[in-house]
Ligand binder design. Structure first.
Ligand SMILES: *[C@@H]1O[C@H](CO)[C@@H](O)[C@H](O)[C@H]1NC(C)=O
Ligand SMILES: *[C@@H]1O[C@H](CO)[C@@H](O)[C@H](O)[C@H]1NC(C)=O
Ligand SMILES: *[C@@H]1O[C@H](CO)[C@@H](O)[C@H](O)[C@H]1NC(C)=O
Ligand SMILES: *[C@@H]1O[C@H](CO)[C@@H](O)[C@H](O)[C@H]1NC(C)=O
Ligand SMILES: *[C@@H]1O[C@H](CO)[C@@H](O)[C@H](O)[C@H]1NC(C)=O
Length: 480
């Protein structure tokens, strides 16, 4: 059925384009032709909801289509025209819906619609506004997403690599997201691809590595090949990929090699929305269109019971240690950290591997600051664990775009220390005033819900934040 629709659609488009050419040759209307044939979706300016300073206009293309359509209906086979017109009308409605969402977010951002938070049924979720760049814009955008956003998940591809992913260990977010979008999240999923704003390709890079990669060869060609084949299948079977060269399509990968796998198709790499843990701007991560995905480590499929519920208020349990880190020496930054601080200062607990008698999560809960240096890749599961433990994350990374940073003010609940400052780390941390530390802890308590994995997902949790990041990139994409 889908195949039929795809073929019918492309047959119709060919007919449609051919008839426009005929019509234009008659009318000599070349200006409209140019703007129609250039109909691609393009990113417009900055991604931040918060800085919505773009002009909101329904594009020329839609207007062109309206006029072309009305003149065409008298020249073409009526059945075909009507069917095609229906598809186009739906696309127009979509674009108009998104334009309304943008306008409404803009009004909220500029504070013109003061009722937008007060009337919201999520009012209790907005108790702390300090953690957002613009809380009003975020909540309006979130509500617009709940109201409108539709995702189509391609059914192509087979287990184990497609429609599944790891649900334990470090790359767990791949599996959890794929499961939630395929089997939960009814509000956002559509079975009718013509009704979708975005198209999801549910393959798992971690499973590609497990099933296709030959250990120790460092040959990533099979991963790229898989991705390339997948795009070829969906782009020949459906009209959607070609319509935008993949700009309204997204993939998600937490494995370090996610960016490499995405090179399997050049349009996927440079135009699609890539949701990646390895959000390294030196490796092609583009925050305008790509989404930084938090890494969440679930041993045996669960968050450690020690971190499951928020720790008691600070007064009850004073934090014994200034800062804490334990982990292997890999990647470019950790050697510096360990060289300077390993087992050398009683207040700054920096271990390579933790002695057996010490417990990792208990130490996080007992420390004021948790050091989160990048390892083999920029992301680290420590960041989310530190948030759960209300241990202020100290971000030690380069070229890392932090998750949800288009919405969240990371400086309200974490500290960023430049790698060159590692030798002065203790000085930097002791210089944080009591007052500032108290505010950081408040920020951590408020931001926690955005990093929690629920099954099934709940409003404002990490699943919804990922989806919101994709939504933001989609509404920043406009027909031109
Ligand atoms: C937006 O509109 C204003 C006023 O109409 C104009 O000056 C500006 O150039 C426009 N900006 C863009 C990006 O089109
Ligand atoms: C219009 O085109 C459709 C599909 O090609 C065809 O089935 C139908 O018979 C045509 N109708 C007329 C009136 O020519
Ligand atoms: C203002 O916010 C309210 C409550 O969220 C919403 O129902 C209304 O549509 C908004 N008005 C405008 C003009 O955006
Ligand atoms: C999309 O474009 C590719 C390459 O040009 C082509 O092979 C494919 O058939 C097109 N898909 C559709 C549905 O027309
Ligand atoms: C980020 O990418 C650059 C360029 O490939 C690389 O040198 C650097 O090590 C990467 N960072 C991490 C933490 O992997």
């Amino acid at each position: 059925m889908k195949t039929c629709y795809g073929n019918l659609f492309s047959a119709i488009s060919t007919l449609f384009v051919a008839s426009i050419i005929v019509m234009l040759m008659i009318s000599g209307c070349f200006r409209s032709f140019t703007s129609f044939s250039g109909s691609t979706l393009q990113y417009s300016g900055s991604i931040e909801v918060i800085q919505l300073n773009r002009n909101i206009t329904i594009s020329d293309r839609v207007q062109t289509i309206h006029s072309v359509r009305s003149s065409l209906s008298f020249q073409l086979n009526r059945t075909v025209t009507r069917k095609f017109a229906k598809v186009i009308r739906r696309e127009d409605e979509h674009e108009q819906g998104l334009a309304r969402a943008r306008a409404s977010i803009r009004r909220a951002a500029s504070g013109l619609n003061l009722s937008s938070i007060a009337d919201s049924h999520h009012k209790s979720d907005i108790d702390s506004t300090a953690i957002y760049h613009n809380a009003r814009a975020f909540y309006r955008s979130y509500l617009e997403m709940e109201k409108r956003f539709k995702v189509y998940v391609y059914s192509e591809g087979e287990l184990p690599i497609v429609h599944d992913g790891p649900c334990k260990d470090i790359y767990t977010i791949e599996g959890r997201f794929i499961h939630e979008i395929e089997h939960g999240a009814r509000r956002f999923k559509t079975n009718s691809p013509h009704n979708a704003h975005v198209y999801f390709m549910p393959f798992s890079v971690t499973w590609m590595v497990k099933y296709l990669y030959k250990p120790l060869t460092y040959n990533l060609t099979p991963l790229r090949q898989f991705v390339s084949d997948y795009v070829r299948v969906v782009s020949s079977k459906y009209p959607f990929w070609n319509r935008t060269q993949g700009a309204d399509h997204f993939m998600l990968a937490c494995h370090d090699w996610g960016p490499h796998a995405s090179q399997g198709n050049p349009d996927l790499y440079s135009k699609s929305i890539r949701v990646l843990c390895n959000a390294n701007t030196s490796e092609g991560f583009n925050p305008q269109k790509d989404v930084s995905l938090p890494e969440i480590h679930l041993y045996g499929g669960e968050v450690s019971p020690k971190l499951l519920s928020p720790p008691p208020a600070a007064a009850d349990s004073p934090r014994l240690h200034l800062a804490f880190f334990a982990g292997g020496i890999h990647g470019p930054i950790r050697p510096l950290l360990l060289q300077h601080w390993k087992d050398s200062d009683p207040e700054l607990l920096v271990h390579e591997y933790l002695p057996k008698d010490l417990d990792y999560y208990s130490l996080m809960l007992q420390s004021k600051f948790c050091l989160c240096p990048s390892g083999h890749e920029v992301a680290s599961p420590r960041i989310v664990e530190a948030i759960y433990a209300e241990c202020v994350p100290v971000i030690l990374s380069q070229n890392y775009v932090l998750p949800f940073s288009d919405v969240l003010r990371w400086e309200a609940f974490s500290i960023r220390v430049d790698v060159s400052e590692i030798p002065r780390l203790k000085e930097v941390l002791t210089a944080v005033s009591e007052e500032k530390y108290r505010r950081l802890k408040e920020g951590l308590r408020a931001v926690r819900k955005h990093f929690v994995l629920n099954q099934p997902s709940k409003p404002f949790d990490v699943f919804h934040m990922i989806l919101h990041s994709v939504w933001l990139r989609r509404i920043n994409l406009r027909r031109q």
